[in-house]
Design a protein around this ligand. Sequence first.
Ligand SMILES: CC(C)(COP(=O)(O)OP(=O)(O)OC[C@H]1O[C@@H](n2cnc3c(N)ncnc32)[C@H](O)[C@@H]1OP(=O)(O)O)[C@@H](O)C(=O)NCCC(=O)NCCS
Length: 188
Amino acid sequence: MTTGVEPTLEGARVRLRPLTEADYLGIFRWYNDAEIVAPFDRFEVDTWESFVTAVESAPGDPRSVAPRWIVEERTDGRTLGFVGYYSPHPILEYLDVWYVVGDREQRGRGYGTEAVRLLIDHLFQRETVERVGATCDVDNAPSYKLLERLKLRREGRLNRALFHHGAWHDVFVYGTTRGEWTGTAARG
Ligand SMILES: CC(C)(COP(=O)(O)OP(=O)(O)OC[C@H]1O[C@@H](n2cnc3c(N)ncnc32)[C@H](O)[C@@H]1OP(=O)(O)O)[C@@H](O)C(=O)NCCC(=O)NCCS
């Protein structure tokens, strides 16, 4: 699996670019705000040092769940959120993507969908994997609707796989194959 510095990815309205030091504080604030990043997820407060270490070591580590790209508005360079991917399984060869629109005012405008589309395009171009997926809490409608808008398939449900907010939660598994994705690349 390829590792190294991530490229900048240009979409119609958003740009995905690697983090620079100037981004760290803003992203750290969002990252440590459970209401922003984890309404349906496990949450742990990160220290500044471990956050910086995680971000800076992510490009060399396919298993890292640290943010890998800033999502910014192309016209004015405003930071909208951040995205990443990771190799979730020790044997199976696929990648899972994750995504946060940190600026809540900017949700519901298609930015998240475009960012994830760019990310999956890039992963299929650069990596040899045949499948890219994502998981989300079964109650995380904004997340699974985004995945369904991109035509990822709901492949299953993992019962009681995620503990957050004091309880066990079920998780949907979504995925798309290289053939499905590239065969339908013109999706809106
Ligand atoms: C999940 C998340 C990233 C979605 O991001 P988002 O930018 O709000 O998603 P989008 O704007 O692309 O899609 C949301 C809505 O915008 C609408 N939309 C899509 N394109 C649009 C456009 N060009 N203009 C206006 N609205 C648009 C969609 O129809 C959708 O509406 P619907 O949910 O009623 O169908 C965001 O809610 C978030 O950060 N959540 C917290 C973190 C999280 O849970 N991440 C996922 C972990 S698994």
